[in-house]
Design a binder for this molecule. Structure first.
Ligand code: UT7
Length: 343
């Protein structure tokens, strides 16, 4: 480490993957009592991606996203030291998806773990990775936000099945000596929120059984209206706190990356923090809510437009409840990858 220079941790490449199959609002009309107009007006979602192949799962989405980084950065997988797989939908219970991912990509020197923080998985995981890098002990960490949520969605419950989709975004996190990368984060949790969003059976509190399956308790339960209100206030509050304590004005912010749960939540947050929608990354219309995937999928899609030094505010709210915001100073011109320039 260079002695007089502050060591920070920065994203140095993004990868992403969404499955090919598009579940449209029109197809949902054939499954539950809903309609395109209601879904678009109440959520902003037009279609979401679904992993159809029953032999594939969360790890496959993650690996596809990581492979893009390996390709773009010409990265030797044996140099990867740690893999943080942020997900609520691991391939299997009682085993670690990150370990399987490491084996599949040839990251034979990596340790890793699954990180469950619902829709906040990626920002919590990114800050955790940043702390490892800032300690000086690590130089290459992969943080993946990934969920195969449609496997846990009840396509008889119109209140939840319209929202969720599958997808993955991956970030390579490396040391930075220019003051760029993860600068500040404000995170909170509130355990009272678990009654509003959970899977009733399948955990240690209520293991799965014939009767829980008959009662459809192995699917996601959500009191959408209750979650909505907490999401708006806490997402806006987190952004404002990070801005205030770092003397950031709204003019300083190049992009806000909000969790993509509902277009109305994004609009309400934008209004409360005073930032217009054209400065917010929004792709909910195409992918719906991919849980831990939403933030890194946005960064992946916007990467070609991002410039070195851009102030980016990531903000999320999810099950638990978990919520928070992270301010990052972007560390590279994303267009460099298009020009074939390895960074
Ligand atoms: O990412 C994790 C965190 N999750 C979230 O942040 C999700 C937050 N919540 C939401 O996005 C919204 O609450 C939903 C999109 C889930 C639901 O929208 P809403 O505007 O809150 O609807 P609601 O649950 O208050 O229901 C309003 C009405 C109800 O009918 P009545 O009782 O007023 O007659 C529902 O039965 O809309 C009905 N409804 C639907 N109608 C057509 C609920 N879902 C549907 C549907 N199609 N899919």
């Amino acid at each position: 480490m260079k002695p007089d220079v502050k060591l920070t941790a920065a994203i140095t490449a993004m990868g992403g993957y969404v499955p090919d199959y598009k579940l449209t609002n029109t197809e949902l009309e054939t499954l539950v009592d809903t309609n395109d107009e209601w879904i678009k007006t109440r959520t902003g979602i037009e279609e979401r991606r679904v992993l159809k192949d029953p032999s594939k799962a969360t790890s496959d989405l993650a690996i596809a996203a990581i492979n893009e980084i390996i390709r773009k950065k010409n990265l030797d997988p044996t140099e990867i030291e740690c893999i943080i797989c942020c997900t609520m939908t691991p391939d299997m219970q009682l085993t670690v998806t990150a370990a399987y991912i490491a084996m599949q990509i040839g990251a034979v020197n990596a340790w890793g773990y699954d990180f469950t923080a619902a829709c906040c998985g990626f920002i919590y995981g990114l800050t955790t990775a940043a702390t490892y890098i800032e300690s000086g002990r690590y130089k290459k960490i992969l943080v993946i936000g990934v969920d195969n949520m449609t496997r846990f969605v009840d396509y008889k419950d119109r209140g939840t099945c319209i929202i969720f989709g599958d997808g993955a975004g991956a970030a390579l996190v490396e040391p930075n000596y220019e003051g760029l990368g993860v600068i500040d984060s404000y995170f909170r949790t509130d355990g009272t929120g678990r009654k509003l969003m959970h899977q009733k059976a399948g955990g240690s509190l209520k293991p799965a059984s014939h009767s829980t399956v008959d009662a459809r308790e192995h699917y996601a339960f959500m009191d959408g209206r209750g979650v909505f209100k907490s999401a708006v206030n806490n997402m806006a509050d987190s952004v404002l706190k990070v801005m205030e304590r770092n003397n950031l004005t709204k003019e300083d912010i190049a992009w806000v990356v909000p969790h993509q749960a509902n277009m109305r939540i994004i609009e309400a947050v934008g209004e409360q923090i005073g930032i217009s929608l054209d400065k917010m990354m929004i792709n909910i219309q195409r992918y719906g809510n991919t849980i831990a995937g939403t933030l890194p999928i946005c960064l992946w899609e916007w990467e070609p437009r991002l410039k070195k030094g851009d102030n980016i505010m990531l903000v999320a709210f999810g099950g638990g409840f978990t919520w928070g915001a992270s301010w990052i100073k972007w560390a590279y011109d994303g267009s460099d990858f298009l020009n074939g320039k390895h960074i």
